[in-house]
Design a protein around this ligand. Structure first.
Ligand code: SAH
Ligand code: SF4
Ligand code: F3S
Length: 437
C-alpha cells in the first residue's frame, strides 16, 4: 500500500473526541498530508465512540460503506480506527474489519508513525493508556474557529455501573496549569474568542492544589478571550470555589451541564452515582443562588436495569422541579464488561420506548419554555458562522442557545442582540443599533 498523501478525520461521540479529531488533523497536516473529503482521502480516520451499542456498531457499518464507495472508484483507502472503540476492542477490530491502524485516545500522537508502518504492510495497533504523553507531542494550535475546545482533564474514576468511559479513557488525570494556559493563549492567537474546557469529569481538574475555579480565574485574564465554558461536570465535584466563580467571573458563561441520570435514589445507588436526588437539587439551589440566570443542562438514562414505572416517574418529577434549558436523554444500553450489563431485570424494549418518549416530551417542553422566556432579553451573541439566507449569521447566546440574525458583523464578532422570537431549535434576534457615544 502506498503511503497516503491525503487524509480525512471523522469524529463521533463527545466533545473530547471532537478535540482529539482536530489534534489528529493537525498532526497529519504537520506530517505533510493534505486534508480531503471522506470520499477522496487516501487515509480515513474514524474517531469512534463506545458509549452505547449503536455508536459502536456504527463504526463497522461506516467502514463497510467507505470501502464500498471507494471500490466503485477503483480505490482502497487506508482505514484507521481511533477513539474509544479502538481502546475497547483493539485487535478485535483488525480481526473483524481488517483495518490498517488501530489507535487509542491516549496514543494518537503516534498516528503518523502507525500510518507509515501500515503503509509498509503491517497492521499497527497502539492502545497504550499513557496519560498526558500525547500533549507534549502535538503541534501548536494554528487556526481555529471563534469557539474552541481545550481538553484539560481526561479519564474517570467514578465507575458508574453502566459506563465504559473509565475503561476506554483510563483513570482521572489533569493536565498541568501552565500547559493549559499556554494552549489557551495559542487558541486565542489562532482566532478563538470562546474556549470550552473539556474533561470527562472536568470539574475534578486539579493541579498543585489549584481547582478548576483557579484555572478559570487565570484564563479570564487572557486578553482577547471573551467567553469561558466547561463540560462535563459531575455533581460531586462541584466545589464552592467553582460555584463562586459563576458569581464573580464575567467571562464564565451562565450555563452548566450537570448530568443527574435519574431521579430515583434506588436507581442512583444501583448506578453508583454517589449523589442523591436531594443532594443534587440542593446543589442546584446553591448554584442558582450564586448565578440566578444560569441555564442548566443534563443527561438522563432511562430503563436502567430494574427501573420501575414509579422510579421513572421520579425522574419526570425531578425534570419538572429543575426546569432544564436543554438536556440529552438515552435508553440504557448494556455495555460489555460493565457491572450493569449482567444485572437482573433488564427493562423491556416497549417500556424503554415509552419512557424515553415521555421524558423527551417533558424536556422539550422545558427547553421551549426556557427559550420563550428569553424573548425580550438583550444579550451579546458570539457570531460563529454564516446562515442559509443572504446576510444571515448564526451565533450563540450566553446560555448556549443558537441565535440567527441579519447583521454586517463577521465570524468572531460579539454583537448586542435583542432576542425577538423563539423558533423550535433556535431564537431569532435583531442587532441593537449601535449609538455613537
Ligand atoms: N463524562 C460525562 C459523559 C459521559 S458519557 C459524564 O459523566 O457526564 C455521556 C452520557 O452518556 C452520560 O452522561 C450518560 O447519560 C450516557 N451514557 C453513558 N453510558 C451509557 C449507557 N451504557 N447507556 C446509555 N447511556 C449512557
Ligand atoms: Fe461515565 Fe459516570 Fe464517569 Fe460520567 S462519571 S464518565 S457517566 S463513569
Ligand atoms: Fe464516547 Fe469515548 Fe466520549 S465512549 S462519549 S467518545 S469518552
Amino acid at each position: 500500500m502506498p503511503a497516503p498523501k491525503t487524509f480525512h478525520v471523522k469524529s463521533f461521540g463527545c466533545q473530547m473526541n471532537v478535540y482529539d479529531g482536530e489534534r489528529m488533523a493537525e498532526l497529519m497536516t504537520a506530517d505533510g498530508l493534505v486534508a480531503a473529503d471522506a470520499g477522496d482521502a487516501d487515509l480515513v480516520v474514524l474517531n469512534t465512540c463506545h458509549i452505547r451499542e449503536k455508536a459502536t456498531e456504527k463504526v463497522y457499518s461506516d467502514i463497510g460503506r467507505i470501502r464500498k464507495v471507494a471500490r466503485a472508484q477503483g480505490r482502497a483507502p487506508m482505514i484507521a480506527v481511533a477513539g474509544c472503540v479502538a481502546q475497547a476492542e483493539g485487535p478485535e477490530i483488525v480481526a473483524r474489519a481488517k483495518v490498517d491502524v488501530v489507535v487509542g485516545p491516549q496514543a494518537y500522537h503516534n498516528l503518523p508513525a502507525l500510518v507509515r508502518q501500515a503503509a509498509a504492510g503491517e497492521h499497527s495497533i497502539d492502545t497504550d493508556l499513557l496519560a498526558l504523553a500525547k500533549f507534549a507531542k502535538l503541534p501548536r494550535r494554528r487556526r481555529v474557529g471563534p469557539s474552541a475546545f481545550l481538553t484539560v482533564q481526561e479519564g474517570c474514576d467514578k465507575f458508574c455501573t453502566y459506563c465504559v468511559v473509565p475503561y476506554t479513557r483510563g483513570a482521572e488525570i489533569s493536565r498541568p496549569f501552565a500547559a493549559i494556559v499556554d494552549e489557551a493563549k495559542a487558541l486565542v492567537d489562532a482566532g478563538a474568542r470562546e474556549i470550552t474546557l473539556l474533561g470527562q469529569n472536568v470539574n475534578a481538574w486539579e493541579s498543585d492544589g489549584h481547582g478548576l475555579h483557579d484555572l478559570i480565574r487565570a484564563l479570564d485574564r487572557i486578553p482577547g478571550l471573551a467567553r469561558l465554558r466547561y463540560t462535563t461536570s459531575h455533581p460531586n465535584d462541584m466545589s464552592q470555589g467553582l460555584i463562586d466563580a459563576h458569581r464573580d467571573v464575567e467571562t464564565l458563561m451562565p450555563f452548566l451541564h450537570l448530568p443527574v441520570q435519574a431521579g430515583s435514589d434506588r436507581v442512583l445507588r444501583a448506578m453508583n452515582r454517589s449523589h442523591t436526588r436531594d443532594s443534587y437539587l440542593r446543589l442546584l439551589d446553591r448554584i442558582r443562588a450564586a448565578r440566578p440566570d444560569i441555564a442548566l443542562s443534563g443527561d438522563f438514562i432511562i430503563g436502567f436495569p430494574g427501573e420501575t414505572e414509579a422510579e421513572f416517574a421520579e425522574t419526570l418529577g425531578l425534570v419538572d422541579a429543575v426546569g432544564y434549558a436543554q438536556a440529552f436523554s438515552f435508553k440504557y444500553s448494556p455495555r460489555p464488561g460493565t457491572p450493569a450489563a449482567t444485572m437482573a431485570d433488564q427493562v423491556a424494549p416497549e417500556a424503554m420506548d415509552d419512557r424515553l418518549q415521555r421524558l423527551q416530551a417533558a424536556l422539550n417542553r422545558d427547553q421551549q419554555a426556557f427559550n420563550t422566556a428569553s424573548v425580550g432579553r438583550t444579550c451579546p451573541i458570539l457570531i460563529e458562522r454564516q446562515g442559509k439566507l443572504p446576510g444571515q449569521m448564526l451565533g450563540k447566546s450566553p446560555w448556549l442557545q443558537s441565535v440567527h440574525l441579519t447583521t454586517a458583523a463577521t465570524i468572531g464578532d460579539l454583537v448586542d442582540v435583542d432576542l425577538i422570537r423563539a423558533d423550535p431549535n433556535s431564537l431569532a434576534g435583531v442587532e441593537r443599533v449601535r449609538v455613537a457615544a
